[in-house]
Design a protein around this ligand. Structure first.
Ligand code: C2E
Ligand code: MG
Ligand code: MG
Ligand code: MG
Length: 289
């Protein structure tokens, strides 16, 4: 009967959900050991100035090479780490790794200092110890605070009570820059940008993607408006997920300052960054050819 079929479907769905939940718990339980066993690594995706397409910075992106499951996407394990609180230790590890790497590059290629942009979740940013930890990591690694960008998502900044993490002002005061990640996917409440020490807007993939469609004019107008508003506030704009030449050209013409995406480069392990850093640095160690 329809009723028993309905129940069977429900039971199946439920079993499915339980299995999925069990897999999530297992993965979450693996994380602390995985951190000790150095299964987490950081890759770096180039950020280029759209005017000349030269390397200006990198975004640090975490990877988990799971001994059984292979390489896992951060879209899978970051939300889990947030649920368990593991994000605080994992985030600290990524921040330290990325700052140490950027400091090493800055010493080796002094002609063109490349900044590093690190993703930070709201739980991390709200930890009372966060600003002190950032300061300690900068001191330990010797990274110039002006070469560090912290990326927070709109929802992280505008959560339920609407109060941004109190640490932001102090961090920005030390020369660190703040970026709003995935701008345009959340509240897109422009008012808060005036109240916050925001330096960079990262325009979300869907806007960039829209530029390739036949009817791109609405997306173009949105991008143009966001860029104009950002620039009026002294904020620079980075386009995410730039995949094609026409997109890059259009984004540059619409006033976007910086681009990131497969057109320019995939996220790369540190060794694969070296040729790019050499090319970007005509006067430093990289120029000695
Ligand atoms: P995100 O911060 O917006 O990072 C950009 C994502 O877009 C990266 O995915 C990157 O590999 C991908 N991407 C880059 N260029 C292109 C392109 O041309 N086309 C397309 N379709 N995608 C492109 P990834 O590395 O899988 O990271 C996914 C998300 O996981 C990140 O989104 C970020 O929210 C989060 N995440 C990654 N690493 C960390 C971390 O260390 N800490 C925290 N809290 N979150 C992280
Ligand atoms: Mg990001
Ligand atoms: Mg993003
Ligand atoms: Mg994202």
């Amino acid at each position: 009967t329809a009723k028993s079929e309905g129940r069977a479907r429900y039971v199946m769905y439920d079993a499915d959900r339980n299995a999925r939940q069990a897999a999530r718990y297992a993965l979450a339980a693996d994380m602390p050991d995985a951190l000790d066993r150095a299964e987490f690594s950081v890759v770096y995706q180039p950020l280029v100035s759209l005017a000349d397409e030269r390397l200006r910075g990198v975004e640090a992106l975490v990877r988990w090479r799971h001994p059984v499951l292979g390489e896992l996407s951060p879209d899978v394990f970051i939300p889990l780490a947030e649920e368990t609180g593991m994000i605080v230790a994992l985030g600290r590890h990524v921040l330290r790794t990325a700052c140490a790497q950027a400091a090493e590059w800055a010493r080796r290629f002094p002609g063109t200092p490349v900044f590093v942009s690190v993703n930070v979740t709201v739980a991390q940013a709200r930890e009372p110890a966060f600003p002190a930890e950032v300061a300690k990591i900068l001191a330990d690694t010797g990274l110039d605070p002006r070469l560090l960008v912290l990326e927070l998502t709109e929802s992280a900044i505008m959560d339920t009570d609407g109060a941004p993490p109190a640490a932001l002002d102090g961090l920005a005061g030390s020369g660190i820059r703040i970026a709003i990640d995935d701008f345009g996917t959340g509240y897109s409440n422009l008012a808060y940008l005036r109240r916050l020490p925001v330096h960079i807007l990262k325009l979300a993939g869907p806007f960039v993607d829209g530029l390739r469609s036949a009817d791109a004019s609405v997306d173009e107008q949105i991008v143009e408006t966001i860029v104009r508003m950002a620039h009026a506030l002294g904020i620079s704009v980075t386009a995410e997920a730039v995949e094609t030449r026409p997109q890059a050209d259009r984004l540059r013409d619409l006033g976007c300052d910086t681009g990131q995406g497969y057109l320019f480069a995939r996220p790369l392990p540190p060794a694969a960054m070296l040729p790019l850093l050499h090319d970007a640095d005509p006067v430093g160690a990289g120029g000695a050819r």
